[in-house]
Design a protein around this ligand. Sequence first.
Ligand SMILES: Cc1ncc(COP(=O)(O)O)c(C=O)c1O
Length: 295
Amino acid sequence: MRLSDEEFRRLGYQAVDIAARHLAELPDRPVFQRMDESQRRAIMNMPMPQVPLSGDEILGTVAEHIVPHPMGNGHPRFFGWVNSPPAMMAVITEIIAAAMNPSCAGGDHAAIYLEKCVIRWLMQLIGFPIEGSTGLLVSGTSAATLTALAAARHRALRELGIDVRKQGVCGSQARLRLYASTQVHGCAQKAVELLGLGSECIRWIGVDPDFRVSLHGLRQAIQEDRQQGWYPFCIVASAGSVHTGAIDPLDELASIASEFGLWLHVDGAYGAAGILDPDSEALFAGIGRADSVIL
Ligand SMILES: Cc1ncc(COP(=O)(O)O)c(C=O)c1O
C-alpha cells in the first residue's frame, strides 16, 4: 500500500517511539518472560487479512503482541547464550536499508560497494590478508559455514581432477575427510551433510583440559587416515567455541594445514571479535593464515 509522504513520516516516528520505548524499558524488565499459550496462539492464529491493514493497525499489533516478548538478548543481564544484543545505530539504519531494499546479487549500485567495504574492514580488524581475498555478508554462521566449506570442497575435488560444479560429488570416489574438535559448532556437520559429503566424512578430534583441539590427536588422525585411504582436505577450528569460548591454537593449526595441504576454516561466529581486546589478541595468533574465517 502506498503511503503519502506525511503518513510515512507519522508512522515512521511512531515505529521509532515503539523501538525507543522498548530499548529504554528493557533493563528494568525481567530478562525473559515465558509466553503463555493464549499469547502464543494470538500470534500463530492471526487470521489472514482480507483487506490491507492500516499502518496504525500493523504497529498496534506489533506493539501489543510482538514487542513484549523478546528473546532476551537485548537485556544487560542476558548471559545465557552468545546472541548479540540489538545495536542502536543498526536499528536506525535498518529503516533506510529497507527503504532501499537492494538486491545484492550483483549490479552497479552503492550497496554492492558498501558490502565490499565492510568485508575489507572485517578483514582488517582480524588481520586477514586483504589482497587476493574476498568475502560475503550472509544470513548467519550456518550459511557462512556452508559457503566456506563449499569452497574447501571445491578445492579438494579440483586437486583430484573433479570439477564439483559440473560433476557433483558423485564424480569422485575419494573419501574426503574433515577434522573438527568435539567442541566445534554443529553447523559444520550441517554444512558437510548439505554439501553431500556425509557426516562420516568428519573425524572428531578430542580436546585438551582447556577445550582446545588436541594437536597431537589431530596430527595422528591425519596420518592414520592417509594410510587408510582417506583424503584429508579440511580442518575446522573454533575461534570462540559456543560452549566455553575456547579458542583453538590457530597458528599451530595453520602450520598443520599447510604441512598436509589442508584447508583451514575458522569459526569466529561471535568469538573472533575478541581479537579487538588487547588482553585476548594473542589467543587469535595465526587467524590471518586461515583459508576462510567467518564472524
Ligand atoms: C561458534 C558458533 N558457530 C556457529 C553458530 C551458528 O550460527 P547461526 O545460528 O548464525 O547459523 C553459532 C551460534 O551460536 C556459534 O556460536
